[in-house]
Design a protein around this ligand. Structure first.
Ligand SMILES: [Zn+2]
Length: 389
């Protein structure tokens, strides 16, 4: 629910066949070859690692899968947990990794060109490089070998064919500056923003179950990932500010508040703040479009929305609720609701079927403790406020 939308909300999977086991065994056979050079030896270890990943997915064994991932890259590690849950949650079949090219950069680093394929509704085939790092005589998958620029506030990672690194640095810096005036909470100083020039690669490496090619994706415990191929750089200002707000506010509430509120605050202080209005004043929605109860916002499943219009109305009603809370109760009170929810421990959303229900419940609790009314009364106050706009 923390996808990036650029206002108009522009917005695959795996089957785990038993083939994984066969591939693993095939690959292990290489180890008996006595003539292996150092480089061949590393290559065999990495082939085994990739086969182990397939085996872990076929067995739905998260621990085994995560043993293959470089543990010192906090963000990539969390992103790979999500990738595992994506790849094990749907009926995909024939997942394969083929090594197309292999090079040993130094004793502890290898770059490997991978051809990933699997069968979903259609066959998915994608090629990309992965970096592998040797730690204590074990090799680990360390993710896409991005180039990077470290700033004093975050690290920007980008692909070698990215042509607008400085333009994106400017857009991100502006978003940081704008948000410094709004939120006391600062982004994680180790925060990472990853730029993708290939929109399918972004989807396949982050959230392959999503049925459309999205522009960006962020989660509470992950880097912010952005597709950079849209022509207008200014079109990214709202998107980046929106996603950075997700990062800041999901940290404050420890991921304990519902998706509609997460997107409401990100739209209100991101996209719509930059545009200087709200969905009504900017002419994106009618009052009727925006008349949603909090319960409906909390239970509607936007991934299954019957139309883009419904999705857009859900987003805009969420933004309008935040505009209402800020107008009637003030920004500080809104933030108090986030801090109150953040007294609960971090709420993991990967492989957590009750995530949404528990976050709706937490919302009800913070409304009562901070606003001293119940959620139904808040909905009614919103309806009254909306009519007067
Ligand atoms: Zn969002």
């Amino acid at each position: 629910m923390k996808k990036i939308i650029i206002l108009l909300i522009f917005f695959l999977l795996i089957g785990c066949s038993e083939n994984g086991l066969d591939e693993k065994n095939n690959m292990v056979l290489h180890e008996d070859d006595q003539t292996l050079s150092k480089e061949d030896d590393v290559k065999v270890q990495i082939e085994n690692l990739m086969a182990e990943k397939i085996h872990a997915i076929s067995m739905k064994d998260l621990n085994l899968y995560m043993e293959q991932i470089y543990p010192l890259d906090h963000y990539y590690y969390n992103e790979q947990k999500r990738w595992f849950s994506e790849m094990t949650s749907k009926n995909l079949s024939d997942l394969k990794f083929e090594i197309l090219e292999f090079s040993l950069e130094d004793e502890n680093t290898a770059i490997v060109q991978i051809r990933e394929s699997y069968q979903d509704a259609e066959e998915m085939i994608i090629e990309f490089p992965l970096k592998f790092i040797l730690v204590d005589s074990l090799w680990y998958d360390a993710g896409y070998p991005f180039l990077e620029k470290k700033t004093d506030r975050y690290t920007l990672k980008y692909m070698p064919d990215e042509t607008r690194v400085y333009a994106f640095l400017d857009v991100i810096n502006t978003a940081y500056d704008n948000l410094a005036d709004i939120f006391e909470e600062k982004p994680d100083p180790a925060f990472e923003i990853k730029l993708f020039t290939d929109q399918e690669l972004l989807r396949q490496r982050s959230v392959p179950s999503i049925g459309w090619l999205f522009t960006g994706w962020g989660e509470a415990n992950e880097s912010l990932k952005i597709y950079t191929g849209h022509e207008s750089i200014n079109g990214y200002r709202g998107t980046l500010q929106h996603e950075l707000i997700h990062h800041i506010t999901m940290n404050i509430c420890n991921n304990n508040l519902p998706g509609w509120l997460a997107d409401g605050i990100a739209l209100h202080y991101g996209n719509y703040d930059l545009e200087g209005g709200n969905p009504l004043t900017l002419g994106y929605s009618t009052k009727e479009d925006l008349r949603w109860s909090i319960e409906a916002l909390g239970h509607d499943e936007m991934w299954d929305a019957s139309s883009q219009e419904e999705t857009l109305n859900w987003y805009n009603a969420s933004a309008m609720y935040v505009a209402f809370i800020v107008d009637v109760y003030g920004h500080e009170t809104l933030m108090e609701m986030f801090y109150e929810a953040g007294k609960k421990p971090y709420h993991e959303n990967i492989m957590n079927a009750s995530f949404k229900d528990l976050n709706n419940k937490t919302f009800d609790e913070v409304v009562e403790s901070v606003l001293k009314i119940d959620t139904e009364a808040l909905t009614n106050l919103y309806y009254e406020w909306l009519e007067k706009q």
